[in-house]
Design a protein around this ligand. Structure first.
Ligand code: ADP
Length: 420
């Protein structure tokens, strides 16, 4: 294994896995610490998905260090700490404390913090993060329920989370290709973590070249695009492996489970309905009243014609979700839906459904847990950030785990064509 990665959430881990595999590393993803039986013989990068973004900082540090220990014990030559491209965190962490702990564990003097991904609308200029052209603190992240981002200056944001000196490698150095020199300059000035500007994806590739010597890289999935070629050019890996254009999926039927209420997912549900897919709507109030059970949903799925892909969805518009949350409580409503979809998913392989498309980050986590799938091979990209995967433990299933807001409107219809 060349690169050991620690991601602070599940769909972020998938996004990173896809990026690395697209750029030529044979990548496997694991939910939590992998078992020692995971076959690493043809693996260049392993991405360990944690759920550590918003847990107490001490727990995030402990879990990240445990993952680092596992990765290092299994031969990782470099570590990558992956967080969200909108730098989701609070003044208590967890980006600063985890970075600090990993630097210490690796006895490393210096790293970067770079959530930039210009192709997906995340750019950094003079240390300020822009989301689709507006400063982070003016984007919808301003009102995020768990990690409201009220400052676009990542130096300030990160400096509030760590005692290590935070610096900046700004656009002028990046654009001039003087990045390694700038790293040396920052280090000489006592800087331990540098925010790095990036306005185009070409910058990410230039930055990648300068990251070869670093034992630790931290950032979003974008910063990963420059790493594989840079590692190959530096002789850390012999060859790059082209990504799969299709993935062999186990024989069986497909089903779609959507527990996301994000705009993109609601559009995808509407498009699937227009196209005539059989759909079943899940109402949290019906679950709470005991009138809708997992068994009923499973029966419905099994009773659909074998040549169509049924869709079970709880996706609803913000007003309806708010009304349900007022009646049940936000957490209760979420848990009812997640538990129901997870219980349904766990029963599906035995009923002949071996190809599952899941919409929603939390929903995906619940489904993967309930299935008992610990490790995933990464297959072809369906839409930016979302690959098909195949389980490497637990039941043999093909899974597409979609963060709610990802994917084109026809995602639920077109995803199936890249399964062999
Ligand atoms: P996303 O990736 O879009 O954020 P998630 O699955 O992470 O999607 O989060 C959606 C949350 O909303 C889950 O906890 C889910 O159970 C909950 N949820 C889904 N449908 C409803 C609904 N109709 N009413 C209330 N909560 C819902």
């Amino acid at each position: 294994m060349l690169l050991g990665c620690i991601a602070d959430d599940l769909t972020g881990a998938t996004d990173l896995s896809l990026m690395l595999s697209r750029e030529g590393l044979r990548t496997v993803q694991s939910t939590g610490l992998p078992g020692d039986d995971l076959d690493l013989s043809e693996v260049d990068a392993l991405v360990v998905a944690l759920k550590s973004r918003t847990i107490p900082a001490a727990d995030a540090v402990a879990q990240s260090l445990a993952a680092a220990e596992w990765l290092l014990a299994h031969g990782a030559q470099r570590l990558f700490f992956k967080y969200c491209s909108t730098f989701d965190s609070t003044d208590d962490g967890n980006i600063g404390p985890v970075t600090e702990a990993l630097l210490k564990r690796l006895d490393a003097g210096f790293t970067i913090a770079c959530p930039a991904f210009p192709a997906t609308g995340r750019s950094i200029y003079q240390g300020h993060l822009f989301v689709n052209g507006v400063p982070l603190n003016e984007s919808s992240m301003r009102d995020h329920p768990l990690t409201p981002m009220r400052d676009s200056d990542l130096r300030r944001v990160l400096q509030r989370q760590t005692e290590l000196p935070v610096g900046l490698v700004a656009y002028a150095d990046v654009d001039a290709g003087a990045i390694t020199k700038a790293f040396q300059r920052e280090q000489a000035a006592g800087i331990r973590i540098a925010i790095v500007d990036a306005l185009q994806d070409a910058h990410l590739r230039e930055i990648g070249k300068a990251l070869v010597e670093l034992k630790l890289v931290t950032g979003g999935s974008g910063i990963a695009i420059g790493l594989p070629a840079a590692y190959r050019d530096a002789g850390l890996i012999d060859t790059l492996t082209p990504p799969a254009t299709s993935i062999a999926a186990p024989e069986g039927r497909g089903a779609i489970l959507a527990g996301s209420c994000s705009a993109a997912t609601r559009g995808q549900v509407a498009k699937a309905q227009e196209a005539g897919l059989p759909t079943l709507r899940i109402d949290p109030l019906e679950i709470a009243a005991g009138r809708l059970t997992p068994a009923a949903v499973i029966d419905w799925l099994v009773s659909q014609a074998a040549d169509v892909t049924p869709l079970v969805y709880s996706s609803d518009d913000p007003d309806s979700v708010r009304a349900v949350q007022e009646k049940l409580g936000r957490d209760k409503a979420g848990t009812l839906v997640e538990d129901l979809l997870a219980t349904v998913a766990a029963a599906l392989p035995e009923k002949g459904f071996t190809r599952l498309l899941v919409a929603g980050g939390e929903t995906s986590g619940a489904v993967v847990n309930a299935l008992g799938v610990k490790a995933l091979s990464i297959g072809p990209e369906i839409d930016p950030g979302v690959p098909w995967t195949r389980s490497r433990s637990g039941p043999d299933v093909a899974l597409a785990l979609k963060s709610g807001n990802f994917g084109a409107p026809d995602f639920f219809l077109k995803a199936w064509s890249s399964l062999a």
